[in-house]
Ligand binder design. Structure first.
Ligand code: COA
Length: 159
């Protein structure tokens, strides 16, 4: 897909909320959460533009911990998710880690396709389900402690 990636702007919020509602119907992030990330992690909240439309986003912490990524259903399987994660890897020089719900087979296939490997399981991370922690094998391990992951739990996607 030929598009471009840029930082989130407030005018993108409506489109992002619509993408979010379809991508994570059980537990979508709300407006306040997106605005929090936009203000606290401005450089780490990127959107994907196809034509003039916002069709995907990614949020990550500066250390490469991916908080959430979603692509508009109509635009999936065209490489947008790959480009968004690629942007993270470019900015962190290869550091990337993510927790995935055990049942989220699409996300597992997606990160596996990108070369991520399973690092460990965090039992009951989501309350009702374990998290698989997947990591870019070229990441430097430091900083990716379980304590660090858990401290961010309140902003971790519940899918
Ligand atoms: C996960 C997600 C972001 C992937 O975005 P995408 O733009 O469709 O991903 P890409 O086109 O870059 O896919 C790259 C590869 O991942 C794998 N993959 C992606 N979607 C897949 C699916 N539905 N089933 C199996 N494998 C899949 C494939 O190997 C794919 O390569 P291919 O299309 O050449 O076979 C998107 O499906 C999404 O928004 N899902 C809902 C939200 C979510 O679960 N986010 C992840 C958890 S935070």
């Amino acid at each position: 897909m030929r598009g471009r990636i840029r930082e989130f702007r407030r005018a993108d919020l409506g489109a992002i909320l619509r993408i979010e509602a379809k991508a994570f119907p059980k537990m979508p992030y709300d407006r306040g959460t997106f605005l929090y990330f936009a203000s606290a992690y401005r450089d780490n909240f990127m959107v994907y533009i196809a034509g003039h439309e916002v069709v995907g986003y990614i949020i990550f912490y500066p250390d490469g911990h991916i908080v959430s990524v979603a692509v508009h259903a109509r635009y999936r399987r065209s490489g947008i998710g790959t480009e968004l994660v690629g942007e993270v890897l470019k900015r962190t020089r290869g550091d990337a880690i993510v927790e995935v719900r055990e049942s989220n087979e699409v996300a597992r296939a997606f990160y596996s396709h990108l070369g991520f490997v399973m690092q460990r399981i965090i039992p009951e991370y989501y309350g009702d389900e374990d998290a698989l922690v997947m990591i870019n094998p070229f990441s430097k391990e430091k900083g990716f402690t379980e304590k660090g992951l858990r401290s961010k739990l309140s902003f971790t996607k519940k899918v």
